[in-house]
Design a protein. Structure first.
Length: 148
């Protein structure tokens, strides 16, 4: 997992061939003008998902993990915390991995929580289970799904 400020995104662009495209999209797009929904940037290899939803409690948030995609979760508005735990330490799955949705949920509690203010992002790799959207009030964010 990586937590960083958008102003430092150039440090992470070399970690994956599509990270720079995601950061360019952030720079070149009025993200506040996008309606909630899914936007294919590079076919199914780079997707932006815009969310504007109510935050949830720590108890209501579930850890999730993905196999085919890396998440770059950028907070635009609101006070969000994200839970994290190494996937290898998640021992209580809700169900099997859904290949269609590329997601598996867990009953395990996060090992830690990190506040992610606006203009900051977290990168979650397939080995990172994460519990997003923890917070009070409305949260506006963009999740970039980057094919592994």
């Amino acid at each position: 997992m990586i937590l960083s400020s958008l102003s430092q995104s150039s440090r992470y662009a070399a970690l994956h061939p599509l990270f720079q495209r995601a950061f360019d999209y952030i720079r070149d797009t009025d993200l506040f003008a996008l309606a909630p929904g899914r936007y294919n940037i590079v076919g199914d290899d780079l997707i932006a998902i815009v969310e504007h939803v109510s935050g949830r409690t720590r108890e209501a948030a579930r850890l999730e993990a993905h196999r085919r995609y890396i998440d770059i979760q950028l907070v635009l508005e609101g006070d969000e915390q994200m839970g994290w735990k190494p996937l290898a330490d998640c021992l209580n799955p809700v169900s099997e991995h859904s290949d269609d949705r590329d997601i598996r949920f867990f009953h395990d509690a996060p090992a830690s929580y990190v506040p992610v203010p606006p203009d900051h992002f977290c990168i979650f790799f397939p080995e990172d289970a994460h519990a997003p959207l923890i917070g009070g009030g409305q949260i506006r964010k963009v999740i970039f799904k980057v094919a592994v």
